[in-house]
Design a protein around this ligand. Sequence first.
Ligand SMILES: Nc1ncnc2c1ncn2[C@@H]1O[C@H](COP(=O)(O)OP(=O)(O)OP(=O)(O)O)[C@@H](O)[C@H]1O
Ligand SMILES: [Mg+2]
Length: 249
Amino acid sequence: MTSPNAALQIDDLHKSFGGLHVIQGVNFTVAPGERRLLLGPNGAGKTTLFNLIAGDLKPTAGQIRLADEDVSDLPTFRRAARGIGRTFQILTLFSRESVIGNVIMALLGGRSQRWKPYGAVAKDPALRREALDVLARVRLDTLADRPVAETSYGEKRRLEIAMALAQAPRILLLDEPLAGLSKEERGTVSALLAELPRDLTILMIEHDMDVALAFAEKIALLHYGRLIVDGTREEVIADPRTREAYLAQ
Ligand SMILES: Nc1ncnc2c1ncn2[C@@H]1O[C@H](COP(=O)(O)OP(=O)(O)OP(=O)(O)O)[C@@H](O)[C@H]1O
Ligand SMILES: [Mg+2]
């Protein structure tokens, strides 16, 4: 059934890699503005689910709706244009470019200017200002001209979030944004995530339970490609299946 007000709705989604049935009939609805956490043990299929939502993988069966539009057959760039933004579990930055250069490329991603020579476009003061505004949201504006190769791991993680934000998504998919960060960096990233505007819907995969639980209002637990628990934070924590499948790891 279609929920008329859902930001994202997934119906009976399946994905197999050869004989490996990684996503096994997932049904899932995310309301506009919601902060939803996707939990699950290693190999449960969480990143695969993100790849299916973003369009990097084609489902074997099932449907994905973004704000009432069926996007199941759209390629990644068209889904991005309709408002799906994401970060990756493994960083995908242009490390020879500057911090601001990466954001400018992300800003250009959806615009006609991208066909002009990059060197000329990158000097455009309006574009630079816009990129600095995005960098300020992740507290990287003071490092704008530093080559990415010379930034810390935590700064690279924040830059990746900036690049996703640059495309003004309606729904943001964050794949373990805190993985590998120091305690201090985790604090910085969770604070900036908490500041993101409520018209942005966020779906986050995260293993750091303290940060994740502080962030999420609703939680879905994926186990061997099935959502075995899906509800409010309190419901999911109280459910014995959560302990069995996840916390006992
Ligand atoms: N392109 C692929 N081809 C074949 N198998 C794949 C592919 N991508 C993922 N898998 C398999 O699908 C299963 C789920 O992988 P996935 O990366 O989605 O898990 P995950 O829940 O994100 O795990 P983690 O917590 O370790 O990131 C794993 O068994 C993985 O080996
Ligand atoms: Mg993963």
